[in-house]
Design a protein around this ligand. Structure first.
Ligand SMILES: [Zn+2]
Length: 164
């Protein structure tokens, strides 16, 4: 599981990691099939496994993914693009992916019971500030990030620990 998580900088007292769709879930969705696309512009086709925008000419598939892990009342499947072939996120520390920071985002904070406790629509440039603000609320356990315009789920953000 650790390989599926992307650690980010520790900008303050809260450390967090990005959780894209897991390799096994992505492979199952690829195997299940769906509408095929070839990227004809970039950016424009964000792959939610490797967290990169497809390059022009890349083959993708449109599938539906439920980012919740329980019976949350907020549970819903969301349309996402995946590269047609297996891909992996770049591991390790780094900036938030450009596929997030260049878009308008809907950011939703959930407690451990996966009940929504806060939400905001933001410019992607403000994502880190928003994550840290939401995780500043003690009951905030996980954040879901969606593309604000089309509603596509982008990534989950999990709190590693709070030092406060
Ligand atoms: Zn990809």
């Amino acid at each position: 599981m650790a390989a599926d998580r992307l650690h980010t900088r520790c900008m303050s007292q809260t450390e967090y990691f990005l959780s894209p769709i897991s390799e096994s879930d992505a492979e199952a969705l690829r195997a299940g099939g769906g509408p095929a696309y070839t990227a004809d512009e970039a950016p424009g086709y964000p792959c939610r496994r490797c967290l990169k925008d497809a390059e022009v000419g890349d083959d993708l598939i449109l599938v539906s993914h439920d980012p919740f892990g329980s019976q949350s009342k907020y549970r819903s499947a969301s349309p996402i693009f995946l590269h047609r072939r297996s891909c992996t996120p770049d591991p390790g520390v780094g900036e938030l992916p450009a596929q997030l920071t260049r878009r308008r985002l809907s950011v939703r904070s959930f407690d451990q019971s996966e009940m929504m406790i806060d939400a905001a629509v933001i410019d992607g440039q403000d994502l880190e500030e928003t994550i840290l603000g939401f995780f500043g609320e003690s009951q905030s356990h996980r954040i879901h990030v969606h593309n604000a315009e089309r509603g596509c789920w982008a990534v989950n953000v999990d709190r590693v620990r709070s030092l406060t």
